[in-house]
Design a binder for this molecule. Structure first.
Ligand code: MSP
Length: 530
């Protein structure tokens, strides 16, 4: 794995509006996974970006009285790029579908497919949902009710559909039904979790229709190079951004180095585009298919899918301003099962912040530093011989590191955090049992007790060292604060350079390391009510 590139993508987000925490969710989870893999020493490439063409964006720009280009330029700069700072994402690239590299690459791709005979001209007559930018089959539309009374809506997601009739180009998707089914069979991990895999297989088994790949009634898109009256259907150029951003159509050497993608992270609503249309397009072009598509669930607020159109969309900065980016990242990774729907609430974030981060972890870090300060003037002593109690801590650390690493491999960050929290709980329990503050009372008059005190505090400091490394992908700011407090850098190097596979090796902080009290990692918050 380490010589090939571990390439992870988020979906590219529509810029019809500002981001909400549903968008931040995928980006944070991808960021945690890729930071972890970097600390495994892998060659990582993590990309995100914006999906700027299509009717939805066009209509929004028109409604605001500006050109679509002006609209997307403004929103990308004022909202979408700043989101990455807000949530502390360390993406390697940000791709826009209005970038020249994307335009060139997308045209090159479809020219190749046209030349290979995978594309033909026809007439499309049927339903289209601008809300989800999707052609909707006749069987999947129904009369709307309530607010949608008088409109036809998609059964797939409830969005309104419009009847369109226009000349289009089609991609021979129907040729790929059996090829895709064989591919899913041969690659059982391609689409995860199991629920998404089952849905995709049953969808493809019902039969595939050829897909319209162009539109001709508006011009906000990439023109079809062999017939300029047409622009490409937004999805089939958006999917291509995963390839065009790593050199497809511009830099073949780079593309071959990075491609295929290791993981496309997507919400479950768009799993089908990624697990059906996208591999079929790549097969048609003779390019390798991605290794995995991982579909996560919905963030639910008050039991409902959170979305801008339902006006329950929460902006990431609303949470980050109160709790900070570390707690934000931790919350989404810890409280939800990646791959399933999950409810979030202000009360839950607040409760976990105080119980798990401030009391469980932050307090542990400051207590240990304070005791080393008090009993040893901040200079780490040399540990004495370990007893069964220390061995139990070391065992938990070993097991937890292995379990967390496996969980990240399986794209289950919540399990990784549970494993890491075993260390937090173990250390807190260890300190309560060993009561170093009691041992300290006898340490002056007894060499044995003095040895014990040193052993206990070194064990706790070593545990914190491991936590700083393991939590760095999740909470980079707090982990940097802890690394600094542990005075670890002079002996061990920068935090980001610490490898997961070596972290459990015990006794890395040398005697004499200068430990200082950390700035409060998670200060108590008087959180305003939701
Ligand atoms: N532009 C397309 C993706 C093209 S990828 C080649 C798109 N954009 S989107 O902005 O509408 O959605 C982006 C992602 O946000 C999707 O994965 C979607 O599932 C996710 N989410 C939107 N609302 C969400 C929640 N309430 N909860 C979790 N994720 C949600 O689709």
């Amino acid at each position: 794995m380490s010589d090939s590139t571990f390439y992870v993508t988020t979906p590219i987000y529509y810029v019809n509006d500002a981001p909400h925490i549903g968008h931040g969710y995928t980006t944070v989870m991808g960021d945690i996974i890729t930071r972890w893999h970097r600390q495994r020493g892998e060659n990582v490439w993590y990309t995100t970006g914006t999906d700027e063409h299509g009717e939805k964006v066009l209509r929004k720009a028109e409604a605001n009285g500006v050109s679509p280009q002006e609209w997307v330029d403004a929103l990308v700069e004022t909202e979408w790029k700043p989101l990455l700072q807000t949530i502390d994402a360390a993406n390697d690239d940000f791709t826009r579908t209005t970038d020249q590299r994307h335009l060139d690459g997308a045209q090159a791709f479809w020219t190749a497919l046209h030349e290979r005979g995978a594309v033909y001209k026809g007439n499309f007559s049927g339903h289209y949902s601008v809300g989800s930018e999707e052609f909707v089959g006749d069987d999947d539309v129904t009369a709307g009710e309530g607010d949608d009374e008088g409109f036809m809506v998609s059964k797939l997601d409830g969005s309104r559909v419009e009847l369109i009739s226009e000349e289009n180009y089609f991609f021979r998707l129907s040729d790929y039904q059996q090829k895709l089914l064989d591919f899913y069979d041969a690659n059982p991990d391609f689409i995860q979790p199991e629920s998404a895999r089952n849905e995709v297989i049953s969808f493809v088994s019902r039969g595939l229709r050829d897909l319209s790949i162009s539109r001709s009634t508006f011009d906000w898109g990439i023109s079809v190079p062999w017939d300029e009256k047409h622009i490409f259907y937004v999805w089939i150029e958006a999917l291509l951004s995963y390839a065009t951003s790593v050199g497809y159509g511009n830099d073949r050497e780079r593309f071959d180095e990075v491609w295929p993608a290791s993981i496309h992270l997507v919400g479950k609503d768009i799993a089908r585009f990624h697990a059906v249309i996208w591999p079929a397009m790549l097969m048609a072009a003779g390019e390798p298919v991605p290794h995995r598509v991982f579909a996560h669930g919905w963030l639910l607020v008050g039991g409902q899918k959170m979305s801008k159109s339902k006006a329950n969309g929460i902006r990431p900065d609303e949470l980050v301003d109160t709790f900070g980016s570390d707690a934000y990242r931790y919350y989404f990774a810890r409280a939800l099962t990646f791959g399933s729907d999950g409810s979030i609430s202000w009360e839950d974030i607040n409760a976990r912040y105080h119980a798990e981060l401030a009391n469980g972890f932050g307090n542990l870090a400051s207590r240990v530093a304070a005791m080393i300060g008090k009993y040893y003037d901040g200079s780490l002593p040399a540990a004495g011989a370990p007893t069964a109690a220390e061995q139990a801590v070391i065992d938990v650390v070993f097991e937890s590191v292995a379990a967390a690493d496996l969980a990240i491999e399986k794209i289950a960050p919540q399990d990784a955090l549970s494993a890491i929290w075993r260390i937090v709980d173990e250390l807190n329990g260890y300190l309560t049992e060993q009561a170093p503050w009691k041992v300290a009372k006898d340490a002056e008059s007894s060499d044995a007790e003095s040895d014990r005190l040193a052993t206990i505090l070194v064990t706790a400091a070593e545990g914190l060292r491991v936590l700083a490394v393991l939590l760095n992908p999740v909470m980079p700011k707090a982990s940097a604060g802890l690394w600094h407090s542990l005075g670890a850098e002079p002996a061990l190097g920068a935090l980001a350079e610490q490898r997961i596979d070596g972290v459990a090796a015990w006794g890395q902080l040398p005697a004499g390391t200068i430990i200082t009290k950390p700035a409060s990692l998670f200060p108590r918050i008087e959180a305003p009510a939701e």
